[in-house]
Design a protein around this ligand. Sequence first.
Ligand SMILES: Cc1cc2nc3c(=O)[nH]c(=O)nc-3n(C[C@H](O)[C@H](O)[C@H](O)COP(=O)(O)OP(=O)(O)OC[C@H]3O[C@@H](n4cnc5c(N)ncnc54)[C@H](O)[C@@H]3O)c2cc1C
Length: 820
Amino acid sequence: MNTTGNGMALPQQARVVIIGGGVAGCSIAYHLAKLGWTDLVLLERARLTSGTTWHAAGLLTTLRDTETQTRLAAYTQQLYRRLQAETGQATGLIECGSIQLALTPDKAEEMRRGYRAAQSWGIECEEIGAGEVQRLWPLAYVGDVQAAFHFPRDGRINPTDVTSALARGARQAGVRIVERCPVTAIEQRGGRVTAVVSELGRIATDLVVNCGGMWAREIGRLAGVDVPLQAAEHYYLVTEPVAAVHPQLPILRDPGRRTYIREEAGKIMVGIFEDVARPWNVERIPPDFAFGEIPPDWDRMQPYLERACERVPLLAHTGVKLLFCGPESFTADHNYLMGEAPNLKGFFIAAGFNSLGILSGGGVGFVMAHWIVDGHAPMDVWSVNVRRAHAWQNNPRYLANRVVETLGIGYQDHWPFRQWASARGVKRSPLHERVAAAGACFGESAGWERPNWYARPGQKPVYEYSWGRQNWFENNAAEHRAVRDAVGLFEQSSFAKLLVQGRDAERALNRIATADCRLPVGRVLYTQFLNPRGGIEADLSITRLTTDRFLVVTAAFTATHVLSWLRDHIDPDCQCVVTDVTDGWCMLNVQGPRSRQLLSSIASGDWSNEGFPFATAREVQLGYWQALAVRLTYVGELGWELYVPVPFAVGVYDMLVEAGAALGLAHCGYHALDSLRIEKAYRDWSHDIGPDDTPLEAGLAFTCAWHKPDGFIGRDALLAARSGPRVRRLVQFLLADPEPMLYHNEPILLEGKRVGLITSGMYAHTLGAAAGLGYVTDQRGVSDELIATGRFEILIGNRAVPARASLRPMYDPGGARVRG
Ligand SMILES: Cc1cc2nc3c(=O)[nH]c(=O)nc-3n(C[C@H](O)[C@H](O)[C@H](O)COP(=O)(O)OP(=O)(O)OC[C@H]3O[C@@H](n4cnc5c(N)ncnc54)[C@H](O)[C@@H]3O)c2cc1C
């Protein structure tokens, strides 16, 4: 044992080593201890809270952008309420409530939709009028308030004290916390972490949690793990004392002015979320920065402070005690980075909290502790899972440019289909210029620029956002109809393509996939990968190319996750390797009743139903070029996916476009893909299906080959569930009114009672109204009859819109068009 500067013994071995003593690290230590894992050491470079935690504003507001963030925040509030009594350490909790203001009808619509979803997640909240805002906040100007929402259980906390309470709770259970102990190296062997080396000694361990805040990226580098986050400057102002304020004043969140305002020990605090933020120390965070501040830039903050004075005019006549600027880490998509690294077993990450680390800290500790102890997260946390990130995102220039936008996004309008404006153009397919010339309006997914919709000649390919029909509604309708009536061309090169190869590739895949992978060469199947609890981890197609080679295709944003899932679950005794070949192949998807006519006019071979049946694949020659043609559809029509080696892509594209002109070929974007697939009730992973949804609930049990000799991962859990009542089922809905739009998270009402939420929605142009998918839950069982005869409505803001419900796709339920 080494003796530390604190006089404490540093053990030579521990079950878990946590790096970083901010709110995240201390909360994880606390929660692991609660689960009985006390043989753990927390190493802090300087003093507890000395990174970002000490200077946080301590807001505890529950309604967040996503369900995961909201649930983490809700748990955190519950924990903080009991922590003081439990540990004896004061936390400074004040349950003063919070108010969110909407200053425009669009913001009111957004917030109304948001608080309706929050109510479904158990958050107490109600809409209030401007008069009530005035009563709760007498100093505020309310003349511009369109709508307001009150969250009576929200509050604030002292971040240093609450972290100390978590640390104390951990210590009381036997956890060792060592301060002034910087970690300098991380050792690994055979793809698994083996030890942590600090300035005070080495600790052997096979579980490490990187809670290094804005240093987490550098700590990741010690282990060869990408942790794509970047620090940015973040501000608040504190006034001199103001007689008229008191601690019970609710937190006043004013997104229209990019500010929040609250009481702070008899003064007023104004927090700022500026539209264009400033990254801090892009190359390297100073290793000795502790309890540090950044000299504030008054000029940059001035416009925001003036706007805060409009909200609370008294501010203009009140002296300023402090304009504080501190660094906080932000990520590329405003979501946290949590979970096990994709490329190093036993190396966990909890960082990148985008200025929400205090209010989600309790939930982060709970989720991470269970993840480590149980081997999986206790709830679906895909939106914060580090495996959604991509190695290339750890590029400093990319992160610096993106966090400029990330910081302020929480306080801006969260339009449906909103696209990032910064750090664009990272990945372009070789067809990029071609589709741009055809009018593509691009969106971004996993760094790829992808056509979302195509502008007409003379129309600018630019989004005009709204909560109703956006400017591309008619473009989408035309693309949609072209696929239903003629033929559409989708440029889908971003799709992840993985080759699974080796003598035992079939055996390996057959154990991981629900479907039977003992296929003849040239056959294609649609399948899921399940976790042992029967939850859906991936949704994909598999094509057998040769006896020992399979092509696995999945959505671009799931590439890292699916690749890691395969590598983690291939039996070590299998001779089988997985290679990501995404960048070597373009994918052109030709869909619609005239696709056969188009392809047979330019490509070799027999394209008839007999000559090229559904769910088969083969090499085809098109002009000088060749491609792998796969007969499959995600839109519910006759169609083929063409996998084209990159050097051939432009040639094949030109040929399709030229030959397609006479057949009414339309360029179609990802929004058309979405409206078509929702109409056909095809599921989308991460929206409609995910790690907490089983194929039984999702209506996908048809992919399960129950009697495969070696079974498949998750089968036992499904078999057990199959014998019980069906209490949760995925249902398709179609609004009775053609006007309102569905996006996601709209509550589903059955006989006036909430029974679920819409998981994805879009305008269904063939059906003539917005359609959506969503789970209906009823402990008495969700029978076919209940779905057929129940009175369903979808709650859109304050309006309950009647809807038709169906377990079968409302468009082409028999699938005749797919097999035509
Ligand atoms: C101005 C401002 C206001 C904010 N207001 C709020 C708010 O109202 N509500 C809210 O929820 N959030 C708020 N935040 C965000 C919140 O402060 C952070 O999200 C949170 O503190 C992050 O906690 P953490 O544990 O991840 O990081 P940190 O607190 O930075 O902890 C990381 C720790 O790792 C240690 N470390 C680094 N490298 C090493 C190493 N090599 N070895 C050992 N230890 C190491 C550091 O010393 C540090 O103590 C605010 C942030 C700012 C800047």
